[in-house]
Design a protein around this ligand. Structure first.
Ligand SMILES: Cc1cc2nc3c(=O)[nH]c(=O)nc-3n(C[C@H](O)[C@H](O)[C@H](O)COP(=O)(O)OP(=O)(O)OC[C@H]3O[C@@H](n4cnc5c(N)ncnc54)[C@H](O)[C@@H]3O)c2cc1C
Length: 446
């Protein structure tokens, strides 16, 4: 029988139902010695690796999100709560929610992830939305589709070119996948849908401050990704940083100090991360050290220094890996960190001391457009370094395997198959408040 709250059951509180929090909760599922509460400010688990597919209209929001309550409904020792954690009292072992609380715990797992950093230019967020949540994805989808609609109605060539110019800031996997998808939309998906514009003339610019895109991949994978993007018509600018953004343009600066103004109406942000605000609250309350992104520098057992009862995992933490490198901010980092923290709690209840956290690198995959991509999967040997179509197939297999929820997988595969055969994108509706700015109507025919 599952012990009840108020009895001697060990109370585990997990903040965040992303990869780290969800996999921690699942690890604890059948343990009758404890009760688990998982609190998230949204009621669903989001499969972030496919967010850009929502942003570019390939799949619908419901295909990549599953209610936490339904994923965990069979876990009788687990309670799911909708709520935003805003504070921590480590002495009382309580977490405060924005609309009440407190929630008590014996062990706490902080898994509240990260958000985008605008490097001190938070004002840029209005003109350059980042892709982190479902709402972001829908907003980006709206902006992309509206840009083509506005270009169709615009008869001034300069202004039309502005609408057909897209800038993506950040050449990591998200930026590369967004640029690839946009290239595919412009060259293929929308090609026959418009009458006044040739969507293939759209200019897609990917801007990266470092010397190469996909900087965490081996150099030859980065070069291959660049070639594949250029084949899709994208312009890749490396060693170039953004110095200003407004609603009509982006100004970039190259390594030699020269500046260029790119007139563009659609700017998307995919650079830099910052720990979530709850992580900042935890660091403050526990005086924990943090890195420049605000992530907690945890110990080798993923606990916060001086607080063996508090774990920080996934994107919320600097999880140790190699001497000179922490675990990257990827789903596997969250999954493995969450599972480890949960098994550590279980081991302690059994009076055991497990070995320190050891990250197993499962590799990286990035997809570029419809049938291309790059992979770097060290444990597959030479087979793990693929480009083009084989990379795309590997990417597809991995993502389907990891999609949470069986029904989801089938729906997403069917939708992908459909969009593959029809070269279309099923989810192209523009919803929400109108964003279309005043457009000068074409002169009526004389
Ligand atoms: C667009 C995009 C594409 C990506 N693509 C890939 C990819 O292809 N492959 C890959 O491996 N990784 C990818 N990543 C990275 C990967 O998503 C993250 O590394 C992973 O999600 C980290 O897991 P996490 O559980 O630490 O955080 P998250 O998955 O971000 O989960 C954090 C959870 O905490 C909740 N939360 C936050 N603050 C609070 C609060 N105060 N109170 C309550 N709940 C809170 C959030 O709602 C969320 O559910 C991508 C990320 C993005 C944004």
């Amino acid at each position: 029988m599952v012990a009840q709250v108020g009895q001697a059951a060990h109370r585990v509180l997990i903040i965040g139902g992303g990869f780290a929090g969800l996999y921690a909760a699942r690890q604890l599922s059948k343990d009758e010695r404890l009760t688990t509460t998982i609190a998230d400010r949204r009621n669903f688990h989001l499969f972030t690796p496919l967010l850009y597919q929502v942003a570019t209209g390939a799949v619908s929001p419901g295909d990549i999100a599953q209610p936490l309550r339904s994923i965990l409904r069979r876990q009788r020792n687990t309670t799911v709560l909708l709520g935003e954690a805003v504070g921590l009292d480590p002495a009382r072992r309580e977490v405060l929610l924005a609309d009440g609380g407190p929630l008590g715990y014996d062990s706490l797992i902080v898994a509240s992830g990260a958000r985008f950093s605008y490097f001190g230019h938070d004002g840029w967020a209005r003109d350059a939305p980042g892709l982190k949540s479902l709402d972001d994805a829908l907003e980006i989808r709206r902006r992309i589709l509206i840009a083509f609609e506005a270009a169709e109605r615009e008869h001034d060539p300069g202004r039309r070119a502005e609408w057909l110019t897209f800038v993506i800031v950040g050449g990591g996997p998200t930026g590369v996948e967004l640029a690839g998808s946009l290239g595919e939309i412009a060259r293929d998906t929308l090609r026959r849908d418009f009458r006044s514009i040739d969507t293939r003339s759209a200019r897609i610019n990917l801007v990266e401050a470092l010397p190469r895109i996909l900087p965490t991949y081996p150099a030859d994978r980065s070069a291959s990704a660049r070639r594949q993007l250029e084949r899709l018509g994208a312009t890749v600018r490396t060693a170039t940083r953004v110095v200003d953004i407004d609603d009509h343009s982006v100004t970039v600066e190259r390594a030699d100090g020269t500046r260029e103004l790119i007139p563009a109406r659609t700017v998307l942000w995919a650079a830099g991360i910052l720990a979530s605000s709850f992580v900042t609250a935890v660091a403050r309350a526990t005086s924990a050290p943090t890195d420049q992104s605000g992530r907690i520098e945890v110990q080798s057992d993923l606990t916060v220094p001086g607080h063996p009862e508090i774990f920080a995992v996934g994107d919320a933490a600097v999880q140790p890996w190699k001497k000179d490198r922490a675990v990257p901010g990827v789903a596997q980092g969250g999954i493995q960190g969450g599972r480890y923290a949960a098994s550590m709690i279980q081991a302690r209840l059994s009076g055991e001391t497990p070995p320190p956290f050891r990250y197993r690198n499962r590799g990286d995959v990035a997809v570029i457009g419809r049938l291309a991509g790059v992979t770097d999967i060290p444990w597959l040997g030479p087979f793990g370094r693929q480009s083009g179509f084989p990379a795309w197939v590997l990417w597809l297999t991995i993502h389907i395997l990891y999609l949470i929820g069986f029904a989801n997988r089938i729906v997403v595969v069917v939708r992908w198959a459909w969009s593959f055969f029809t070269r279309g994108r099923g989810s192209r509706l523009i919803t929400g408040a109108p964003l279309l700015p005043p457009i000068e109507e074409p002169e009526p025919p004389a």
